[in-house]
Design a protein around this ligand. Structure first.
Ligand code: FE2
Length: 174
């Protein structure tokens, strides 16, 4: 059996703020919406993946936005460094705070949506290294500079290996 991750549903309070952030800033498309049951709260489905009807959905009706929930963060992968830069530019354009953090195996931006749900957007690096660990990185670097910095910063760790080798290890894991 293999459980393949599909989607997450968040309870939300301010529909306009949330939809504006996820569609205009992060580039999701609304794929469907409507009441969950007759006269029930609205559910709004969003996705960026044509193979997933929704990656996220929002159910209206969250009351206390200030309180901590069990959600730490949701994480999304981008394939190219220029897409990661695009995320940074989008967040900068709306003055949205983020933390650039590198885990050695990923270059990430961590931030929160308007209702304090944690989010991460990252690109894989060509390497793997023991987790958890994270060091702030400079998102002004170009791709070559950023990858050189990652290699230089993590290469002396005994667990630092090329990603192809780490994938093999995972396949062999019982
Ligand atoms: Fe993460």
């Amino acid at each position: 059996m293999k459980l393949d991750w599909s989607h997450t549903v968040l309870n939300i309070k301010d529909r306009e703020k949330i939809l504006n952030f996820y569609t205009n800033t992060l580039g999701f498309k609304i794929t469907d919406r409507g009441p969950i049951v007759e006269n029930g709260p609205e559910i709004i489905f969003i996705s960026q993946n044509p193979d997933e009807h929704h990656q996220l959905a929002f159910v209206l009706g969250r009351e206390d936005v200030g309180a901590q929930t069990s959600l730490n963060h949701l994480s999304f992968r981008v394939e190219t460094y220029s897409e990661l830069k695009e995320v940074k530019e989008k967040l900068d354009s709306v003055n949205h705070d983020y933390l650039p953090l590198c885990h050695g195996n990923a270059l990430s931006f961590y931030f929160s949506d308007p209702e304090m749900n944690g989010l991460e957007i990252f690109i894989d690096t060509p390497w793997d290294v023991e987790q958890p660990q994270g060091i702030p990185w400079d998102p002004e670097l170009n791709e070559k500079e950023a990858l050189e910095w990652v290699e230089e910063t993590f290469k002396d760790e005994p667990s630092f290996i090329k990603r192809e080798e780490s994938t093999k290890e995972f396949v062999n894991r019982k």
